[in-house]
Design a protein around this ligand. Structure first.
Ligand code: ATP
Length: 306
């Protein structure tokens, strides 16, 4: 028995931080969007003693940056369900890592979400999407969204989700500079100058998405975490400028960064921007993709894939 899964990356079209909570987390309002760029995961049930084996492939950097043991979110997702349902078989997980690590693209959360869905399917556990989400949030705040996917408003710590209609179509250029940005660093620094932050209008952006207006959706893009990262890592601002010079409708950092995404309404301009970034030194990883839509999922299910 085997399942092949695609664990897609996400970007934030809008990201606002409302307040720091007494438990140390932050209350957020985010417009989330899945993109068609993914890690590939293969799950195989084995007849061995109950045990989980994980191997990570996808180049030297993936092997260095991503643990292949119980620290890996994909491993922990499988463990969570297999222990609860007392599965008496073993599981082999092969994780082909393509999404850059610690990049603001929720790669680890998406791997965990795919494994939850895959284990549920492989061992016939019969859990609904909502039941998977309730379990997923124990491993990470972004995991319920990575199970839902598509366009959504995420509130609370990111786990309170409202489905939105498909975002207006665009070409999405992703570029990660060769910098490692810790999420903890970003939130700690945000807290120190919280009073001066300019908050994006998330409600207006949600309305623009409902109206199918790409230009208004893009004009309303805003990420308060840029207040910390853009001054600390000038390369982020330079990638944004380059994308804008190449004709992006708008460009912004995703999540806590450092990946920058640009939205384009024209494939040729997007391709030219992609080529320029690939041949320059600002970005280490560059990808050109599109938005993933939840209704694509129905087509996927027909092909027996998650
Ligand atoms: P977010 O956007 O949710 O903040 P991110 O894209 O910034 O996520 P990830 O790539 O998910 O960050 O990984 C952050 C850390 O989690 C890494 O330092 C890595 O060691 C660890 N990790 C655990 N499991 C995974 C996984 N399956 N893939 C990538 N990183 C993982």
């Amino acid at each position: 028995m085997e399942r092949k899964l695609q664990a897609r990356a996400k970007i934030n079209l809008g990201l606002d931080v409302l307040r720091k909570r007494p438990d140390g987390y932050h209350d957020l309002r985010m417009v989330m969007q899945t993109v068609n760029f993914c890690d590939e995961i293969t799950l195989r049930a084995t007849e061995e003693e109950p045990s989980i084996r994980l191997s990570v492939c996808g180049g030297e950097s993936a092997k260095e940056e991503v643990p292949a043991d119980s620290r890996n979110l994909a491993y922990r997702a499988a463990q969570l369900l297999m222990e609860e349902f007392e599965i008496r078989q073993g599981l082999n997980i092969v994780l082909e890592k393509r999404i850059p690590v610690a990049a603001g693209l929720a790669g680890g959360s998406s791997d965990a979400a795919a494994v939850l869905a895959g284990v549920n399917d492989l061992f016939g556990l019969g859990l609904s999407k909502e039941e998977l989400m309730t379990r997923g949030v124990r491993l990470g705040a972004d995991i319920p969204y990575c199970i839902l996917r598509g366009t959504a408003l995420a509130e609370g710590i990111g786990e309170r989700l409202t489905c939105l209609p498909k975002a207006p179509e665009a070409f999405v250029l992703l570029a990660k500079p060769p910098a490692a940005v810790s999420t903890k660093y970003v939130y700690t620094h945000l807290d120190t100058h919280f009073a001066e932050i300019r908050h994006p209008d998330i409600d207006a952006q949600v309305r623009a998405i409902r109206e199918g207006d790409l230009y208004r959706t893009a004009a309303l893009m805003g990420n308060v975490l840029e207040t910390v990262t853009v001054p600390a890592y000038p390369v982020i601002g330079r990638i944004k400028e380059q994308m804008m010079r190449c004709g992006a409708v708008n460009a912004m950092m995703s999540g806590s960064g450092p990946t920058v995404f640009g939205l384009f309404d024209d494939y040729d301009r997007a391709k030219k921007a992609y080529e320029q970034l690939c041949s320059g030194t600002l970005a280490k990883d560059v990808f050109l993709t599109t938005f993933f839509d939840r209704t694509d999922d129905i087509l996927q299910q027909e092909k027996n894939a998650w």
